[in-house]
Design a protein around this ligand. Structure first.
Ligand SMILES: [Fe+2]
Length: 199
């Protein structure tokens, strides 16, 4: 039940949205999907990405935009599902982004799977935090963020929430990349300098 006043008439009503705990998907809305061809140049080994696409333009991740108003008083939310896989030695990951309103943070709660949140700010500070089911990762204001799935078999499923007015700046990361990559070194996730970083 929702009680609204005239001042609240433009806000979202109380809403219950189901998300499947095993898949991360919601029957209530169509997810946004990103296949490898949408992010070929983001991987260090672009040839390996191209080889894979010629076999199959594999689904790398999907996520939800629940259509919340883009105001500072609202909270955008949804799930993100990054599938297992590697391009060469580099684990499947999201494109990653800064928020257009840089001074906005975000919270990710890991529902299942394993991986990392890679973060960096414009000044070059780089951090990464492990995703563990039942644990939340807080992304500070001003940090670009990218989810990375380091499992060989399970999807990485997280639930996120951020201020509705934050917006997404994908272009900066598309142009420059992140300063670090996460690669498989003898079976262990390892962060190394990104040879293609263009800062
Ligand atoms: Fe974000």
């Amino acid at each position: 039940m929702t009680t609204t006043t005239s001042a609240a008439a433009t806000t979202v009503a109380a809403t219950v949205t189901p998300f499947d705990l095993s898949t991360g998907l919601s029957a209530a809305r169509e997810p946004l999907r990103r296949t490898l061809s949408a992010m070929t140049s983001m991987y260090a080994d672009a040839q390996a990405a191209q080889d894979w696409i010629e076999r199959e333009d594999v689904l790398v991740y999907e996520f939800y935009d629940m259509g919340v108003p883009q105001t500072s008083g609202d909270v955008a939310y949804g799930t993100s599902i990054v599938y297992p896989g590697k391009v060469g030695d580099e684990y499947f990951m999201t494109k990653g982004h800064f928020h257009t309103v840089l001074d906005t943070g975000e919270i990710y709660f890991c529902l299942s799977g394993e991986g990392y949140m890679l973060m960096e700010n414009p000044e070059g500070d780089v951090q990464w935090a492990q995703f563990v089911p039942g644990q939340a990762v807080y992304v500070p204001r001003r940090y670009a963020h990218r989810s990375i799935n380091t499992s060989s078999s399970e999807p990485l499923i997280t639930f996120f929430g951020f201020p509705g007015h934050a917006g997404h700046d994908y272009g900066t990361i598309e142009q420059k990349g992140f300063r670090k990559l996460c690669i498989d070194v003898e079976g262990r996730p390892t962060f190394v300098d990104n040879p293609k970083w263009a800062g």
